[in-house]
Write a protein that binds this ligand. Structure first.
Ligand SMILES: [Zn+2]
Length: 76
């Protein structure tokens, strides 16, 4: 399978993931930016399927989520 984007980028579509991110908040993007490329597809799928109870820690520059922290510790 081949994917072609409106901006002209294209590539191998195997494993391509398109997901509804209407309910994704900033803590999702913080984690996505922070993690390794190879973890991103499974993180996005897992994130969409789970409820999150994130809390912003006063001393931290990013929002940290207890649910995401558990997932990360399981895969890394
Ligand atoms: Zn989370």
């Amino acid at each position: 399978m081949l994917y072609v984007l409106p901006d002209g980028n294209y590539g191998n579509a195997d494993g391509l993931l398109v997901i509804d991110n209407d309910n994704f908040d900033n803590h999702f993007y913080n984690y996505l930016d922070f993690m390794s490329d190879w973890l991103r597809p499974s993180f996005v799928e897992w994130f969409a399927d789970n409820d999150h109870n994130f809390e912003e820690k006063p001393d931290s520059s990013i929002e940290e989520c207890l649910v995401c922290e558990v997932w990360l510790s399981d895969v890394s």
